[in-house]
Design a protein. Structure first.
Lengths: 261, 111
């Protein structure tokens, strides 16, 4: 009896939280920020759907993967391994390594989510793909300290993440449905790179962000031979290190005046 | 289409957990700690670095090598996309302009 009541009140609290987040104006702002990249993400998602079916996955398997895994790079890395019958631990370890940049993002995002319960933090992390992370930190460079600001950040993340998940899941399903009518040779997935490129340009606002982009791009090419997309991790580390060294003379001034770049 | 395999379904659920685990990695522990100031200021450069590290190899490399000739649709599409961005400041336009250059070069000329 009492267990049932606790559970239903927990569900009630969740429903209340979801409703509060969805009604918050920042939910729409978050979803709206995602809107311009939808064509790019969708084209990429369609090609992921095509790739899943063409690798020999069943309809159920491809649908589950498209709805749940929600990570383009680990899906694309896993597809050939699954069809080759690789051991499960190899596939999961590969997915983990290919996703390592998200671990770096979670260091950055930690300060924004620690007010939530652990289950909600996991749910907050789930949709934090590259673009969601970038859009969120672009909109909120500093974590809020008061309740109103925290609520706005939570709602923005929820709206932005929901838009990302819907775009990815729907386009994966479309790709599964159209698998035999879209030739891979058209290379439609390149639209996803163009979406990242546009957002990347929007982040280059100072000399040091341009340096960061230049170093990271060069390092990612130079370290391309590393397995499991570890070149991306090397590139982020190199770019951040170089920018820290370059900003050192200026940073004391920035911290003292409390200004941002 | 092949039949559904329980092993594959379990693998897919595992990959879902990997997504959640990596994206929430540093949210898992509730122990309070904070980053040193230098790390916090360094993280400001991480978003643009991450995007650049994902994008650039996809534009200038093929089969693990730098592209050696300019007859590559991706190069021209990226230039068109960046040009559009700085002209009109729109991400949607970046995608459309890039694809408007990419598709004819790739499908028409086979670049």
């Amino acid at each position: 009896m009492s267990g049932g009541r606790t559970r239903s009140s927990a569900i009630g609290r969740w429903a209340h939280t979801v409703k509060t987040l969805m009604r918050h104006p920042q939910f729409r702002v978050g979803a709206g920020d995602f809107a311009p990249v939808v064509p790019g993400i969708a084209a990429w998602g369609v090609m992921a759907g095509v790739a899943m079916v063409q690798s020999g996955m069943s309809l159920v398997e491809a649908t589950l993967m498209g709805l749940l895994v929600f990570a383009g790079s680990s899906q694309l890395a896993a597809i050939p391994l699954i069809s080759a019958g690789a051991p499960m631990w190899v596939i999961l370890a590969t997915g983990f390594c290919v996703n390592l940049r998200f671990v770096v993002f979670s260091i950055h995002l930690r300060q924004y989510v620690m007010h939530e319960t652990r289950w909600r933090r996991l749910l907050s992390g789930y949709p934090m793909a590259d673009l969601n992370y970038v859009m969120f930190t672009r909109r909120f460079p500093q974590p809020a300290t008061e309740a109103i600001g925290i609520e706005a950040q939570d709602a923005y993340r929820a709206g932005n993440g929901t838009a990302g998940w819907i775009s990815w899941a729907a386009s994966n399903l479309l790709g599964i449905a159209l698998a035999n009518s879209i030739p891979v040779s058209w290379g439609l997935g390149f639209a996803g790179i163009l979406a990242l490129l546009g957002i990347g340009c929007s982040l280059v606002t100072t000399g040091l962000t341009a340096v960061s982009a230049g170093i990271a791009g060069t390092a990612a090419v130079a370290a391309f031979a590393l397995p499991l997309k570890l070149n991306i991790l090397v590139a982020i580390a190199a770019a951040v290190a170089v920018c820290l060294i370059l900003e050192k003379p200026a940073s004391r001034h920035t911290l003292e005046t409390g200004g941002r770049h | 289409m092949n039949g559904t395999d329980l092993w594959t379904v379990v693998t897919i659920i595992g990959l879902t957990l990997v997504t959640i685990l990596t994206r929430s990695f540093f949210f898992l522990s509730g122990k309070p700690w904070s980053l040193p100031r230098w790390a916090q200021s360094g993280l400001r450069y991480a978003p643009v670095a991450a995007l650049s590290a994902v994008i650039i190899p996809e534009i200038v490399m093929s089969q693990g090598q730098l592209v050696s000739h300019v007859k590559d649709a991706r190069l021209f599409a990226a230039i068109a996309g960046v040009a559009w961005y700085y002209w009109r400041r729109g991400v949607l336009g970046t995608i459309v302009a890039g694809m408007a250059v990419y598709l004819p070069l790739r499908l028409g000329l086979g670049w």
